[in-house]
Design a protein around this ligand. Structure first.
Ligand SMILES: NC(=O)c1ccc[n+]([C@@H]2O[C@H](COP(=O)([O-])OP(=O)(O)OC[C@H]3O[C@@H](n4cnc5c(N)ncnc54)[C@H](OP(=O)(O)O)[C@@H]3O)[C@@H](O)[C@H]2O)c1
Length: 266
């Protein structure tokens, strides 16, 4: 029987492209999200809110009743909260963590017993270049992606015990409409604010996204990971992630800090 894959965040963006691509490749694809994917999508939609444990359990049950097992979990759902740390209410940090971190952990924890029972499985987590280097103004989002880096590292070692492989994607900017669902805390930032320039840059993110990595390229990488052809734990994707990794490795923090302050603040 064809492999079954459960993808969270499949209603649009990267998850949708990966879901359609893997369905075309012959996988039995179950795409989870709160809202349905567009008509004509090639996979089975599973209604799921990853911030709600019972919703995840019901979704996984639904997949098992139809699919018999889950060979791959692509834990991809996420969104972004951006703003200066001082101005961003704690509740928005918590909401960010509830989806990106605790939602991902919750989905993974629900699927582990299924994969353990099968004696095999693969878990792919969508991190970000923002989990490598944290920008000013991006603290809620980047902190959540740093947390996923740590979670994925621990998970990969623990899951080896059970024959479950773990992979972490680190895409840079991608051509999706993610900015449309972002919460951006910049209403009170006047021209005199040190974060004014950053807020303007972020509002121009849709332009940057047009030049970002195509989700199709990421989908092909996911396909190779699913097929066992790309075995690495970490997958930096896009020139921006590779550059970010290089800068972080070679430059002292003092210089990175200065670079941010000179280029995007004030
Ligand atoms: N786009 C980029 O430049 C970029 C760069 C690096 C990393 N990433 C990461 O890549 C992943 C996908 O991003 P994207 O660009 O494809 O974003 P997107 O187009 O906004 O899609 C986000 C997906 O997550 C789902 N989602 C959000 N909250 C959810 C919840 N509580 N429960 C279930 N599903 C939920 C959404 O579905 P519903 O709203 O229907 O539930 C949607 O399908 C995210 O983890 C993001 O952080 C994106």
């Amino acid at each position: 029987m064809a492999k079954a894959i459960l993808i969270t965040g499949a209603s649009r963006g990267l998850g949708l492209v990966v879901a359609d691509h893997l369905a075309r490749c012959g996988y039995r694809v179950f795409g989870a999200s709160r809202t349905p994917p567009p008509e004509g999508s090639k996979f089975k939609w599973v209604k799921m809110d990853i911030t709600d444990k019972s919703s995840i359990a019901a979704g996984v049950e639904n997949v098992l009743s139809e699919g018999g097992g889950i060979d791959v979990l692509f834990a991809n759902a996420g969104y972004g909260v951006l703003g200066p740390i001082e101005d961003t209410p704690l509740e928005l940090f918590q909401a960010q963590f509830n989806v990106n971190v605790f939602g991902t952990i919750s989905a993974v924890k629900t699927v582990i017993p299924v994969m353990k029972k099968q004696g095999h499985g693969r878990i792919i987590i969508t991190g970000s270049s923002g989990g490598v280097l944290a920008f000013p103004f991006f603290a809620p989002y980047h902190t959540s992606k740093f947390a996923l880096e740590g979670f994925a590292e621990s998970l990969s070692t623990e899951m080896k015990l059970y024959g479950i492989d773990v992979h972490l994607l680190e895409p840079g900017v991608m051509k999706t409409k993610m900015v449309e669902s972002m919460t951006i805390v910049d209403e009170d930032l006047g021209k005199s604010s040190p974060f004014y320039r950053m807020s303007k840059l972020v509002r121009g993110y849709p332009v940057a996204q047009r030049f970002g990595t195509s989700p199709r390229k990421v989908a092909k990488r996911v396909e190779k990971i699913c097929a066992g052809k790309k075995k690495a734990f970490r997958h930096p994707i896009g020139i921006d992630t590779h550059l970010t990794r290089l800068l972080k490795a070679v430059l002292p923090w003092k210089l990175i800090n200065l670079g941010f302050r000179k280029s995007v603040m004030r």
